[in-house]
Design a protein around this ligand. Structure first.
Ligand SMILES: Cc1cc2nc3c(=O)[nH]c(=O)nc-3n(C[C@H](O)[C@H](O)[C@H](O)COP(=O)(O)O)c2cc1C
Ligand SMILES: Nc1ncnc2c1ncn2[C@@H]1O[C@H](COP(=O)(O)OP(=O)(O)OP(=O)(O)O)[C@@H](O)[C@H]1O
Length: 148
């Protein structure tokens, strides 16, 4: 039987933290499906710079990813019902509560485990493992150039 795994996130500017998360999730099964958040649903932080389709296409092109799907606009469990995964792997810092997701899955009669991935720490001083921090670095560096 094919074991399907689901991972999810915004994936605005891809970095090694994303690669770590997706590789770890892929190793938990045979097929990795990634749900890429719609811009309108990224409300807990700055919205992504890149368009929905571009973020989906880049994630889809990664070797460890079987298929990347743009998320549903209103109901995050619609893609889950369609993909029918064996396990949903939350990112190490994703704000979603694992028990709340387990309860919602049970209420819909979806038999699926919920697990959490590990964090990847920087391996050298300058390594940036956060989209928000990469954008901050770009903005600061361009501002410095403007001052010069
Ligand atoms: C199980 C699960 C399913 C999700 N499905 C969707 C979805 O269908 N559409 C969507 O826009 N976001 C969906 N999300 C939410 C985003 O993937 C994401 O968690 C959030 O909006 C982006 O923030 P993050 O990159 O900090 O995780 C889902 C999240 C989880 C945990
Ligand atoms: N350093 C990291 N180690 C492990 N997983 C990571 C790392 N960075 C991001 N991820 C995971 O990748 C997924 C998508 O991350 P997301 O698109 O929110 O990017 P991000 O770099 O965490 O964003 P930001 O830092 O701007 O909030 C999330 O589940 C997140 O936990």
């Amino acid at each position: 039987m094919t074991r399907r795994v689901v991972a999810q996130g915004t994936f605005d500017l891809i970095h090694p933290g994303h690669v770590h998360y997706l590789s770890e999730a892929a190793a938990m099964g045979d097929e990795l499906h990634v749900i890429v958040a719609r811009r309108e649903n990224v409300t807990h932080k700055e919205p992504p710079i890149l368009p929905d389709r571009q973020r989906r296409d880049v994630v889809d092109a990664l070797d460890v990813v079987s298929e990347a799907h743009l998320g549903h606009r209103e109901d995050i469990f619609v893609p889950i019902e369609r993909i029918d995964p064996d396990v949903i792997v939350l990112g190490h810092d994703q704000h979603h509560d694992a028990d709340a997701i387990r309860d919602a899955l049970a209420a819909r009669g979806i038999d699926c485990a919920v697990d959490r991935a590990s964090a990847r720490e920087p391996r050298y001083e300058e390594e940036l493992l956060s989209t928000g921090r990469i954008i901050d670095r770009i903005v600061a560096s361009r501002a410095d150039e403007g001052d010069a």
